[in-house]
Design a protein around this ligand. Sequence first.
Ligand code: AMP
Length: 289
Amino acid sequence: MGVSDVQIIRTVDDMRYFVKTAKKNEKTIGFVPTMGYLHEGHVSLMTHAKKENDCVVVCVFVNPLQFNDTKDLDVYPRDETHDVTVCKNIGVDVLFMPPVSEIYPQAMGITMTLQKRIGVLCDRTRPGHFSGVLTVLSKLFHITEPTHVYFGLKDAQQVAVVDLLIQDLHFDTILRRIETVREADGLAKSSRNVNLTPEERTMAPTIYCALKEAVQQMKQGIKTKQEVMQLVETKIEVETTGTIDYIEILSYPELEEVSELKGTLIVACAVNFSKARLIDNVIMTCNDE
Ligand code: AMP
């Protein structure tokens, strides 16, 4: 496969000019927002975007507004040269890499607050995170006017809130939900995996093993929600040095509490290792009998 050139854009004005020209030529735009340090998970989103659109715009922007912990922001991995190469290999048309001052030229006078799909999962320990995500995505959707937007189900709560954002604020775009890409041993690909120690890296696949076991138990229909959550908790506690942030079973995409294991559900967890917080989930539909 040949390596094509990618146009690197760093300003909002230049990005708008590209979009205006593409629209004038009746081109569809596939948009993939990321925080960079691109891996096969991001590549999957880009490949889907390439198949469905005339042009693909990838954004690499580490959004300070969605980090409630500055230490986490400081250690977030970055590699611009690598990201450019990945985009070239896939045949991405535009790589939008604005500096923070371009997206936030002044302190925000407007904050966005969610009323639904919140108060659970990552919102419990990362207050303000989704507000920051919605703010940056609203800006990026306005700037890039995408026909389709691509998000990974590894961040299932993000997909659920982006779904609400598009509905509630009438963004004229179609949301594509892309399956989680995993390492051979099952660990969900993540930019944060480089911050695992070698020992933690060998333990981390336990998270997905525990989630898969939970699905098996739920399919058999013998265990209660509490019993299934306990099973996941015990496996992660015994087989890793990570500290569990949460394990939850909720309806999906509503993210509401369920008393019975019925309908479409998400089993999700977050585990803190020494320098990396990993999240993963499985979404499944239970038999209604
Ligand atoms: P991030 O750069 O981590 O903010 O992720 C950017 C986008 O890539 C989000 O929509 C993520 O859900 C998606 N993504 C991250 N990791 C994966 C993965 N392992 N499989 C599929 N999508 C992913």
